[in-house]
Design a protein around this ligand. Sequence first.
Ligand code: NAP
Length: 363
Amino acid sequence: MMAKIKTAVLGATGTVGQRFVSLLASHPWFELVAVAASPASAGKRYADAVRGRWTPAVEVPTPVAGLTLARALEDRGAVAADVELAFSALDLDKETTRAVEEEYAASGVAVVSANSAHRWTEDVPMIIPEINAGHVALVDGQRARRRWGRGLLAVKPNCSLQSYVPVVKAWERFAPQRVSVTTLQAVSGAGRTLDDWPEMRDNVIPYIPGEEEKSEREPLKILGAVNGRRIRLAQRPAFSATCLRVPVSDGHLAAASIEFEKPATGDELRAALADFRPATAGLDLPSAPERFLYLYGDDDRPQPRRDRDVDGGMAVAVGRLHEDGGPRRWKFVALSHNTVRGAGGGAVLLAELLVAKGYISPA
Ligand SMILES: NC(=O)c1ccc[n+]([C@@H]2O[C@H](COP(=O)([O-])OP(=O)(O)OC[C@H]3O[C@@H](n4cnc5c(N)ncnc54)[C@H](OP(=O)(O)O)[C@@H]3O)[C@@H](O)[C@H]2O)c1
């Protein structure tokens, strides 16, 4: 059995950081040995620092509870010296985040980030492993150009799009031209809970700053193709998004309409979802869901509370498939767990992919 890969979580006290901590507690490949956050948390035992704001359903894992928090920025040298892999869940301004993540990578650490700061950096792959695993090839050029040795930088995309982009990918052969989507996004996507955000009770906020642009642009990089040291963006489909904050704790739901160049029947579309072969098939990644896409026939599914945890929160639930005035236009609803598949779980799966492809290994 391979030795475990020593791992840190940067921003370990936040919503996404906590999710990383709970997912890594008994991970077969990764051993969580360092946690870091802001100077306000530094020096505290992890369990003390998250007391009163721990959100995962499981207890704070025992081995991590006693770890002392470091400062993610100021103690970078010491943290980097102890680990081969770091998950970044920092919430800083973009420029600082970019610089910090690059500094860790330059110190020989493989950085897998939930942050958006590097999503449009040309040589940084943005990956949903089941869809565009092949984009890891960008790491070769990244390492050569930046002389990073064992260090690397890879990111996962925004949580809003993890529900509908897999469906669009599964229907690729019908040549999707346009996707119009309305996302109904949970409060945990803003790092909040229903308890600490009373304004969200009995309410919907029809604007999430920056989210619509990410929901429209990021799919084009994910669905794009490796072209030397960069990704050639997909030209089609064109995405149009409206993003709403809704009073749901976890789970982003998307209501989408899609227009194809080629006509499709409902049976063909259902078969394409059922037969979708993830790009991770055969790699035996520990966090990969048994099944990536779950299709519901009942008209009242998927629902966030009932269906966000399907396959440990790593699968995508799809339903309400219905024709929209002809065989080239269809509507559907899709759901994914925003802090599992959309953040911590998606990033852990990406790190597993990088291990399977030989880009990360124990020292
Ligand atoms: N929430 C989601 O569903 C979601 C999904 C995908 C991506 N993301 C992205 O993931 C990142 C984290 O989101 P979040 O919701 O987990 O945020 P959060 O709950 O506010 O947590 C932020 C983390 O960053 C740390 N931090 C803040 N200022 C720092 C500083 N000056 N130096 C070092 N550490 C500092 C905090 O430490 P302290 O506790 O010590 O302040 C905390 O650990 C964001 O970039 C977000 O956009 C979030």
